[in-house]
Design a protein around this ligand. Structure first.
Ligand code: HEC
Ligand code: HEC
Ligand code: HEC
Ligand code: HEC
Ligand code: HEC
Length: 483
């Protein structure tokens, strides 16, 4: 009777052993899995191993890179040069000299379009102006541009071309703004000795918690002035901005229009009336600021410089809450970690991560949409450039013919506007992509100013007289101060 029990017991024993083994294996693997998940969560929570203790005096990115090797590896790749149809940059070999040791530079924009020399006649930009390239080159390109030889540049320049946070604080005995003021008035060569690295980790990050921060006085003051113009008083960017805003503001520290104010050469972002082209123009007119007197026409003119932040703010992506970092530093996965790509570059070299996180279109379609915007902008820019060159030559001829001073003054006032509007799009580095309709709107105004300027030189000019317009047509933009 027990017989049947025996095999049963045997089966039972085997089963128990099997179950025990199986469950041991399962437990072990579940434990392993849990440990793994916890480690990963830990990684994501505290995504670095503290190899070095960082503090607010370490400028060298290699030291930060010990704690954050992934970000540092990408950051170093900003030495790369790769061309896109309208952006990126192309590496040109050159023979190093004592005065300029660079063996590779970016291509010359003046050679690409000689009309730029006419636009900037009499100004340093007419001697050397190149396509911009990656962040790794910012300090050497500024140090060795030929623009350094035709004008004595101030220490202010370095604000956007080097890691100035620690040098400013040292100069100001702990006071960032005081140090900024001191460096601004130094000759460039003297200030240059105080700076060692291009933009570095410390310029965008708080070393204690890696949160984003703005360290550039130009932006701290500029954004406060802009917010005040919108009714927000005493805006303190590092306390009051949202995280998503900071993902744009860290770039807005440098990618903006600027000028050196007064004999203190204080770096100033002309935003106290707002950041549209009309508001910036009105600011300069009220301030009476002029960058130089045009060599061919005698007009008091302005140079626009990389207004990426201003232009982006007029576009559909800013309107939709998309930040500079979303396209220029998109996330990528490394294990369980989401890492921001610190290889800051043209998003058109990285469409998959830069655009397809939000857009379902194919890479080819996205590239085509972006380039369609850029080609339209480029064509309109060329029309505006021709119109401006026509106006400059007409003023030259008018001077030779001895036209009355008030006639010339009116045409020169229109040149000032035509030129600044055109340069605002020309100097903006996305060829219209950041705000496509705004770019073309600005260019169409520029063309109008140039042609109105030519008309102003004709005998009996009445081109802006309302009676000449068809009934009901809106008045043309009347340029302030254009007389
Ligand atoms: C929606 C995506 C997007 C956003 C947001 C964006 N950009 Fe761009 N940006 C582009 C594209 C596309 C180009 C064109 C690149 C090209 O032609 O190769 C570009 C071009 C540039 C360039 C020139 C790059 C080159 O290789 O020539 C700079 C500099 C730049 N952007 C800075 C900024 C800054 C600063 C911000 C925020 C204020 C910003 N961008 C916001 C997509 C974006
Ligand atoms: C407000 C920030 C800022 C200041 C101040 C500034 N730059 Fe730049 N600079 C930039 C940015 C952003 C770029 C890249 C975009 C571009 O080239 O349009 C750049 C590009 C350059 C380049 C490379 C492209 C070219 O123009 O050939 C040179 C050289 C340069 N700057 C020199 C200077 C000099 C000299 C000064 C002082 C007179 C100066 N910069 C002041 C932000 C600044
Ligand atoms: C400290 C000032 C500074 C800051 C901050 C800064 N840039 Fe730049 N950026 C420059 C300068 C200067 C250059 C041009 C360097 C050169 O031509 O040698 C440049 C070049 C670029 C380029 C052209 C790269 C290429 O390969 O052609 C892009 C794109 C760009 N910056 C985007 C950004 C974005 C996005 C941010 C914010 C995450 C940012 N920059 C923050 C000063 C700055
Ligand atoms: C021009 C500004 C800028 C510079 C310079 C910069 N970063 Fe960042 N960094 C960013 C932005 C923007 C983010 C995204 C932050 C966010 O979304 O809150 C970021 C994020 C990070 C993060 C958080 C994890 C991640 O990848 O999103 C780490 C860590 C980091 N950076 C390390 C570094 C290190 C190390 C350096 C120097 C080698 C450096 N950064 C230089 C702008 C910068
Ligand atoms: C974080 C999300 C996000 C990213 C990243 C992004 N876009 Fe967009 N894009 C939008 C939104 C939102 C709109 C507005 C239209 C809409 O709501 O669908 C838009 C609109 C556009 C438009 C229409 C523009 C117009 O003027 O009507 C184009 C073209 C475009 N994006 C191309 C790109 C390209 C190219 C990239 C990469 C360089 C990119 N986008 C990256 C969210 C994004």
């Amino acid at each position: 009777m027990t017989e049947p029990g025996k095999p049963r017991r045997l089966v039972g024993t085997k089963a128990v052993v099997l179950i025990a083994v199986l469950s041991a294996v399962a437990t072990a693997s579940i434990t392993a899995l849990l440990v793994n998940i916890m480690e990963r969560k830990q990684e994501a929570l505290n995504p670095f191993y503290r190899v070095v203790e960082l503090n607010d005096t370490i400028t060298d990115p290699a030291v930060w890179g010990k704690n954050f090797p992934l970000q540092y590896d990408d950051y170093k790749r900003t030495v790369d040069q790769q061309r896109t149809r309208y952006g990126g940059s192309e590496a040109l070999a050159r023979t190093p000299t004592q005065a300029d040791p660079r063996s590779v530079v970016a291509q010359s924009r003046l050679e690409e379009d000689p009309r730029l020399k006419t636009m900037w006649a009499g100004y340093a930009f007419a001697t050397d102006f190149r396509e911009e390239r990656g962040h790794a080159h910012m300090l050497e390109d500024q140090t060795f541009t030929e623009r350094q030889h035709v004008t004595a540049q101030p220490g202010t320049c370095i604000h956007c071309h080097g890691s100035v946070y620690v040098p400013y604080k040292k100069l100001g005995d702990g006071d960032l703004i005081k140090g900024f003021e001191k460096m601004n008035v130094m000759p460039f060569a003297e200030a240059r000795k105080l700076v060692e690295h291009p933009v570095s980790c410390i310029d965008c990050h708080d070393p204690t918690n890696m949160q984003l921060r703005v360290t550039r006085p130009g932006f701290i003051e500029g954004i406060a002035a802009l917010k005040a113009s919108q009714g927000v008083q005493n805006f303190r960017v590092n306390q009051d901005a949202t995280r998503q805003e900071m993902r744009t503001y860290v770039c807005g520290q440098c990618h903006v229009e600027y000028y050196f104010k007064g004999k203190e050469k204080r770096l100033t972002y002309p935003w106290a009336k707002g950041i549209t082209i009309e508001q910036i123009m009105a600011y300069y007119d009220e301030d009476g600021h002029t960058d130089w007197t045009h060599k061919l026409s005698g007009a008091k003119v302005l140079k626009a410089q990389h207004p990426e932040f201003e232009m982006y703010n007029q576009g559909i992506h800013a309107r939709s809450g998309v930040a500079c970092a979303d396209c220029h530093m998109p996330y990528k996965r490394e294990g369980a970690m989401k890492v921001s790509d610190h290889h800051v570059r043209s998003p058109l070299l990285n469409i998959n991560r830069a655009c397809q996180t939000c857009h379902k279109w194919s890479e080819a379609e996205l590239l085509d949409r972006a380039q369609t915007i850029q080609t339209r902008t480029f064509q309109t820019r060329n029309i505006a450039m021709d119109a401006l060159v026509d106006l400059i030559h007409d003023i030259e001829a008018g001077q030779k013919a001895g036209l009355p001073e008030d006639t010339l003054a009116k045409a020169r006032g229109l040149q000032r506007r035509a030129q600044f509007y055109l340069d605002f799009v020309e100097a903006e580095n996305s060829m219209g992509f950041h705000a496509d309709q705004e770019a073309v709107r600005i260019l169409s105004n520029s063309i109008n100013f140039s042609r109105l300027g030519q008309n102003a030189l004709r005998p009996g000019d009445a081109s802006t007289a309302p009676s000449e317009r068809p009934a009901g047509a809106p008045a043309p933009v009347t340029p302030q101060g254009a007389h």
